[in-house]
Design a protein around this ligand. Structure first.
Ligand SMILES: Cc1ncc(COP(=O)(O)O)c(C=O)c1O
Length: 440
């Protein structure tokens, strides 16, 4: 390997040795993060950090102010209702109506401790509905922690990479996974972490139809709500709306995170929206675990009660205020997060100009949106090799191999923590990389 790398070669080697890493490419995200932290400290060089998916914007002021006010009024001393404070439930239902054109009653809208708690609770509850229907299906690539949530609960899961089954092809593939009758729920994120693919209406319709046919609950993870920046989702009550399976089935749970939408990740508050039909569904199976045979009650007074007995009281006031402002049209959240898409467009161009390929690049016949993540590969190199080499060039990212992707040559790059003033560094480092790794 060439030694005239942008980051001091000997120092990088030394830091890798100090951490006792056999292979940087095979290390976990957290280990790579630690290694990069150490090299930054030792060299004083700033990395182009694309490994972690954390918001790179300040938190919404509306939320912070409402939360301070609520704390000053003394809510910290009071247990909130397990299923959320009334004004929040109303604003969630309004939000879903205004930005998704989907009708749900406030009772079915429940705050959770981040959307991560929502998925954990959904996996637990869904797999207890019917004896024998105990498996979760992941439409990959996906967020590895969801699978970890199944593992720690002993819940069986199944998965496939949807990229080879876009459009009508999805029907047969999905049906082959549902036909066994064992799947209780299926989960995907849309836009997708890590690939940033967005399902088309054809695909959402297929998913919805099959969910109804096989009585499988669709868990739609909208962590990046409205961030398919090819369309303007910013006007409440006006199309286009955030595309959703809710248009095609009434067998769904939505997870809407406030982490990226309102840059509110630190307060750990998200929304779980259950279709009214599912909320009211009664099944004998629940009686084995809960005091109620009704889905909504089992979820709230069984699972969520057992997990955390509700969600931080003050954060609920923050979320109420942010949603209210968005619903009233006085706060345009979409304009704020659009910055992610604008940065992605510039960064993708830099990668493409230096020999890299975009791994996931199409939604059926349409080029992918620019957004929070994009995926890259370098011809002739595995994802592991690429991560390993990037460390010497002052760039960090994660391997797609851990996301259930079949494209193991690829890496996921996250734009959020890269500031525009780092673009010249990124350009220089990629140019050097390309120069040092000529393609055959
Ligand atoms: C697809 C996906 N789902 C869920 C989450 C977590 O959301 P929250 O912070 O609301 O728990 C993330 C965060 O990165 C994500 O990418």
């Amino acid at each position: 390997m060439r030694k005239d790398t942008p980051i001091n070669f000997a120092e990088v080697e030394k830091q890798i040795e100090l951490m006792n890493l056999d292979s940087v490419g095979k290390s976990s995200i957290r280990l790579v993060k630690r290694l990069v932290d150490n090299i930054e400290e030792a060299t004083g060089e700033r990395y182009v950090r694309m490994e972690m998916g954390i918001p790179g914007l300040p938190p919404s002021k509306i939320g912070v102010e409402a939360e301070i006010e609520a704390l000053q009024k003394g809510v910290a001393a009071i247990y909130p209702d397990i299923d959320g404070i009334k004004p929040l439930k109303n604003e969630i239902a309004r939000f879903v109506k205004l930005f998704m054109n989907t009708t749900v009653s406030p009772k079915s809208c429940i705050p959770t401790v981040g959307s991560m708690q929502g998925s954990f609770a959904a996996f637990a509850t869904l797999t207890r509905m019917y004896p024998g229907k105990d498996t979760i299906l992941f439409l990959d690539p996906g967020f590895p922690v969801h699978k970890q949530q199944c593992r720690v609960q002993g819940i069986p899961f199944d998965a496939f990479d949807v990229y080879n089954y876009r459009g009508e092809k999805l029907r047969e593939k999905l049906e082959s996974h549902l036909a066994s009758g064992k799947v209780a729920g299926m989960l995907y994120s849309n836009p997708n972490n890590p690939s940033w693919i967005c399902f088309t209406e054809t695909e959402l319709k297929i998913i919805g139809e099959l969910a109804t046919k096989y009585n499988v609950v669709v868990m739609e993870d909208l962590a990046y709500f409205g961030m398919d920046f090819r369309k303007d989702f910013s006007k409440p009550g006006e199309p286009p709306f955030q595309p959703s399976v809710t248009q095609y089935t009434d067998n769904y749970i939505l997870f809407i995170s406030s982490s990226k939408l309102f840059s509110y990740a630190g307060q750990r508050i998200g929304m779980m929206v259950i279709s009214d039909k599912l909320f009211e569904t009664r099944t004998e199976g629940f009686c084995r675990y809960y005091n109620s045979d009704m889905f909504g009650r089992a979820m709230v007074f069984g699972t969520i009660y057992a997990l955390s007995s509700g969600t931080s009281h003050s954060a609920q006031y923050a979320l109420t205020a942010m949603l209210k402002a968005a619903n009233d049209g006085s706060f345009n959240f979409w304009e704020v997060v659009k910055e992610y898409g604008e940065k992605a467009k510039i960064m993708k161009k830099m990668f493409a100009g230096n020999g890299f390929k975009i791994v996931y690049d199409m939604d059926e016949d349409q080029p992918l949106a620019d957004g929070f993540f994009f995926t890259i590969s370098y011809p002739g190199m595995s994802g592991e090799d690429l991560i390993e080499k990037f460390v010497y060039y002052g760039i960090s990212a994660i391997s797609l191999a851990i996301t259930g992707s079949e494209r193991t040559e690829g890496l996921r790059a996250c734009v959020s923590l890269v500031s525009r003033d780092q673009f010249p560094d990124l350009e220089y480092r990629l140019k050097k990389f390309h120069e040092h790794h000529p393609m055959g």
